[in-house]
Ligand binder design. Structure first.
Ligand code: NA7
Length: 288
């Protein structure tokens, strides 16, 4: 298939590389020049990347970035032919996703939300889980591409439901991780070694995917970003905004968002979100 891949960040670059590996004709574009994917053609503008594509895959930071690329100067929407499919893996506000789809449908362009879970490692290994929203008909056409980049596709419902489910999943990840981090900080302050608490967590019902993935990171104090804190912070804000739109209170999420604001102030934006523990440690006067 002829694919334009827009956004070669931590997730986008390995996803595009896996499409090339699967034999697709990939043209890439990234806002800042100098990012390339072996075997793909690099275009100098988004409009040039998409003009001949059957599928346009987005993987950019946030709602504003998607809107900019779709409808801003050098608009992708204007460069596309009727019948093109846009698959958006960016995690954005669900109501904005619905709005984009409506605007594009008026031009004969399908827009489906296909956010992912699995972090950098999942993207590199082609083991992402796609959490998708859109008509079965359109999604069916994307199956060879999902297969090239992921290990599972879950259709949540119509357009917009994929990204809605995604932010609810990240709500869980963000809050579970913060519970883990706070437990470890209090334990240390009470004289319990983090290694001992980790052993107990993994042997008991507290064991979870989040614990399994993040405990080694905490013990090694290695906060190289798999999922940068700034993006989880963006998602926490999305959860709060989406909740406000539908009249839901999220007091736990509000509390966690405040910790992320403190982390941003402490210069942790580009660390992995696991680095929130370092700020909790600092607040507890513990050395890292
Ligand atoms: P990264 O590594 O922060 O990459 C973000 C990408 O988005 C990168 O290519 C950026 O280009 C691009 N970007 C950001 N703002 C814009 C605007 N305004 N216009 C065009 N392109 C833009 O994020 P990840 O790859 O980890 O994650 C991508 C999405 O998946 C995100 O929604 C996550 O929550 C899930 P740059 O190189 O900065 O010019």
């Amino acid at each position: 298939m002829r694919i334009a891949f827009l956004g070669l960040g931590i997730m986008g670059a390995p996803m595009a590389a896996n499409l090339v590996k699967a034999g697709h004709q990939v043209t890439t574009w990234n806002r800042s020049p100098g990012r390339a994917v072996g075997g793909a053609v690099a275009a100098s503008t988004a409009a040039a990347a998409v003009h001949d594509a059957e599928v346009i895959w987005f993987c950019v930071s946030d709602t504003n970035a998607v809107e900019d690329v779709l409808f801003g100067s050098g608009s992708v929407a204007d460069a596309l032919k009727s019948g093109a499919i846009i698959a958006d893996s960016s995690t954005i506000l669900p109501s904005a996703s619905l709005r984009f789809a409506q605007q594009l449908r008026a031009k004969g362009i399908e827009y489906v939300d296909v956010p992912v879970t699995g972090s950098k490692t999942g993207a590199e290994n082609g083991e992402l889980i796609f959490i998708v929203g859109g008509s079965e008909n359109v999604l069916e056409k994307l199956h060879p591409l999902f297969a090239a980049m992921g290990k599972k596709v879950v259709r949540v419902g119509e357009q917009g439901k994929g990204v809605a489910a995604k932010i609810c999943m990240n709500l869980n990840i963000g809050l579970i991780y913060e519970g883990l981090a706070e437990g470890l900080v209090l334990a240390r302050k009470l004289g319990v070694a983090p290694e001992k608490l980790s052993e107990l967590i993994m042997a008991s019902m507290l064991r979870s995917g989040v614990a399994e993935y993040k405990l080694p990171v905490i013990l090694a104090q290695d906060f190289t970003p798999n999922f940068p804190l700034r993006l989880m912070h963006k998602d926490l804000r999305l959860m709060l905004e989406a909740a406000k739109e539908v009249g839901v209170q999220l007091p736990g999420t509000e509390a966690v968002e405040k910790i992320y604001t403190e982390c941003a102030r402490n210069g942790h934006d580009d660390d992995d979100y696991a680095a929130t523990i370092t700020v909790l440690e600092k607040m507890a006067s513990l050395s890292s």
